[in-house]
Design a protein around this ligand. Structure first.
Ligand SMILES: C[S@@+](CC[C@H](N)C(=O)[O-])C[C@H]1O[C@@H](n2cnc3c(N)ncnc32)[C@H](O)[C@@H]1O
Length: 183
C-alpha cells in the first residue's frame, strides 16, 4: 500500500508542476487550483469517514487526476470523481466520461471521472462519502460550491470538507474537517 500511495503522490505532484505552467489562470486571477492534498491527511480522513458512513460510495468533488479516489478505492470504496479542468484530466488515472447525465451518476460503475462542473450537479443520491479539497481559491465561489453540495446530500452523508469556507449548520463534526449531515 505504501508503494502505491507513494506512486500516486509522485504522479499527482508531477502533474501539478506541469499544470501550473500549462494553466494560464495560474499566471493571473485564479479561480481554482490544482494542488493535490497531502496523502497522509486524506487517508486519515477517509478512514474516519468509512467508520461513520452508512455506505461505501465515494465521490471526490474536483478530483484532479483521481489521486484521492485511488486511496478511497484502496480502502474498499466505490469511487467516482468530477473534474472541470480538461488539462488536469490528461493525467487522469481513471477513465474520463464526458457529457454524462449528472443526476444518474449513482447508477454507474465504480472507477469513473466525470468531466463537468460540480456546480451543475443535480444529485448526490447514493453517495455516502463526499470529499472536497478546496476546489476554488475564490472564497465566494468556494462557499457557493459547498452550499450547493450540502443541499444535495442526504441525512447521514459524510462530508470531508478540507479548507471549508462556509459554516456547517446541520452537520456534526466527527473529526477534524470530517462532518456528517444530521438533518
Ligand atoms: C486542490 S485540487 C484537489 C485535487 C484532489 N481532489 C486532491 O485532493 O488531491 C482541486 C480540483 O478541483 C477542480 N475544480 C475546481 N472547480 C471545479 C468545479 N466547479 N467542478 C469540478 N472540479 C473543479 C480543480 O480543477 C482541481 O483539479
Amino acid at each position: 500500500m505504501t508503494e502505491v500511495v507513494d506512486a500516486y503522490a509522485t504522479l499527482a505532484y508531477k502533474a501539478t508542476i506541469k499544470l501550473a505552467s500549462l494553466n494560464p489562470k495560474s499566471q493571473g486571477k485564479q479561480y481554482h487550483h490544482n494542488t493535490p492534498c497531502e496523502l497522509g491527511r486524506a487517508i486519515d480522513e477517509l478512514n474516519v469517514a468509512k467508520k461513520h458512513a452508512v455506505g461505501n460510495r465515494f465521490i471526490d468533488i474536483g478530483c484532479g487526476i483521481g489521486n484521492v479516489m485511488a486511496l478511497a478505492e484502496g480502502l474498499g470504496m466505490e469511487v467516482f470523481g468530477i473534474e472541470i479542468d480538461k488539462r488536469t484530466l490528461r493525467y487522469a488515472i481513471y477513465p474520463v466520461v464526458k457529457n454524462s447525465y449528472l443526476s444518474t451518476l449513482f447508477e454507474l460503475q465504480s472507477g469513473l471521472i466525470f468531466l463537468n462542473d460540480a456546480l451543475k450537479l443535480t444529485s448526490l443520491k447514493g453517495f455516502s462519502i463526499v470529499y472536497s479539497f478546496s476546489p476554488f481559491l475564490d472564497p465566494e465561489l468556494e462557499v457557493a460550491l459547498e452550499r450547493h453540495l450540502k443541499s444535495l446530500m442526504g441525512v447521514g452523508t459524510v462530508y470531508i470538507c478540507n479548507f471549508r469556507q462556509d459554516d456547517m449548520d446541520g452537520f456534526k463534526e466527527i473529526d477534524k474537517d470530517v462532518w456528517r449531515k444530521e438533518k
